[in-house]
Design a protein around this ligand. Structure first.
Ligand code: PLP
Length: 401
């Protein structure tokens, strides 16, 4: 008899489980719009040319070895990631007030940041938007933070519930940690406008709360790295403290390489030094040190002016294709006279459209049309292509009639 015989059957992950179900479906026309991964217009995974070139350079360089990285990761990667997020000439960057550690993509950065806050922060309570990326609801409590929520999305307008958000931040305790999606809010695709960000920042600063930015889509949303960094740079510009979890999964297409960074912007260089020391104590017993390859790719691309410029072009290409899919899907629904207002498909930002379809409609589309999406009606626009738009439009049209 196994030591594990009495274990309960674990449920599938609500997002990754969509792919499990998709893989089991033998129908050849099946379409996976569940997971947030970019596909070409031919429906294929995409390795960026700059990544291929950086990899070729790394492999060809015989002076490189496979030694362990330090606990905090690759120094060049940390420096360049920080500059990418905040701008190379930002005062916090120049004055060494930011402690940056390389982590296992965005998720690992969130987890290390949360573990650190649970141990050392005076108010180990975190507020996340409703709804939010599902894993936030698990990562933070597992790390020991108390999880609470603030209003964010308004189903009636399919836009931001700005007044509700401000009220809830006002009502949250002084000092609480506030999780913010830097851009391209997942799953809703609804972001605050710049002036709304400024108002949000004023509340958070007045209440001495700690903003914790999750930046999984810099450059991937608008196609412009600086535009997408507005929110976190405006917080950094006021000189206050903040945390940032950065992922290179989407914007450099490095999903499986697990490359990301946690940056803690501190009030003083001395505080940043202390924070870095304690972060090392969090990381060492978890996984000792991060992997080398992905960080070396990112450092090569960001550190070479020519590759960096080429990356920006490829990034814009990916963002533009997604925006084009929004237009095509919207037009396809209009052409079918599909009941309802679908302008939110055009307005929402980033990888996902929060369609407003309910669970019954989602199940119907899966069964009849073999179209897979998460149960909350979120579809990955990056998984859509010119040839699959008509089928999705037919499925939505049928589901809402
Ligand atoms: N945060 C958000 C909002 C995301 O959408 C994702 C990916 O889907 C992540 C974090 C983390 O992704 P990864 O751990 O692959 O970098």
């Amino acid at each position: 008899i196994s030591a594990w015989a009495k274990l309960a059957q674990a449920p599938e992950d609500p997002i990754l489980g969509v792919t499990v179900a998709y893989n089991r479906d033998p129908n050849p026309v099946k379409l996976n719009l569940g997971v947030g991964a970019y596909r070409t217009d031919e429906g294929k995974p995409y390795v960026l040319h700059v990544v291929r070139r950086a990899e070729a350079a790394l492999v060809g360089d015989r002076s490189r070895n496979k030694e362990y990285l330090p606990i905090v990761g690759l120094a060049a990667f940390n420096k360049l990631s920080r500059a990418l997020a905040f701008g190379a000439d930002h005062p916090a960057v120049l004055s060494n007030r930011i402690a940056t550690v390389q982590c296992l993509s965005g998720t690992g950065s969130l987890r290390v940041g949360a573990e650190f806050m649970a141990q050392h922060y005076h108010t180990p309570v975190i507020y996340v938007p409703v709804p939010t990326w599902g894993n936030h609801n698990k990562v933070f409590p597992k790390a020991g933070l108390k999880l609470l929520t603030y209003r964010y999305y308004d189903p009636a307008t399919r836009g931001l519930n700005f007044a509700g958000m401000i009220d809830d931040l006002q009502a949250a305790p002084d000092g609480a940690v506030i999780l913010l999606h830097a851009c391209a809010h997942n799953p809703t695709g609804v972001d605050p406008l710049p002036e709304q960000w400024d108002a949000i920042r004023q509340v958070i600063r007045a209440k001495r709360q700690l903003p914790f930015f999750d930046s999984a889509y810099q450059g991937f949303a608008s196609g412009d790295l600086d535009v997408d960094a507005y929110s976190l740079r405006s917080f950094a510009a006021d000189g206050g403290e903040m945390a940032l979890a950065q992922s290179f999964a989407k914007n450099m297409g490095l999903y499986g390489e697990r490359v990301g960074a946690l940056s803690m912007v501190c009030a003083t260089p001395e505080a940043a030094r202390l924070v870095e020391g304690q972060l090392k104590l969090v990381i060492r017993p978890m996984y000792s040190s991060p992997p080398l390859h992905g960080a070396a790719i990112v450092a090569t691309v960001l550190g070479d002016e020519k590759l960096f410029q080429e990356w920006k072009v490829e990034l814009k290409g990916m963002a533009d294709r997604i925006i084009d899919m929004r237009e095509k899907l919207y037009q396809a629904l209009v052409a079918r006279g599909t009941p309802g207002n679908w302008t939110h498909i055009l307005k929402q930002i980033g990888m996902f459209t929060f369609t407003g379809l309910n669970k019954t409609q989602v199940d119907f589309m899966r069964e009849k049309y073999h179209v897979y999406m998460t149960g909350d009606g979120r579809i990955s626009m990056a998984g859509l292509s010119t040839s699959t738009v008509p089928r999705l439009a037919n499925a939505i049209d049928d589901a809402v009639r």
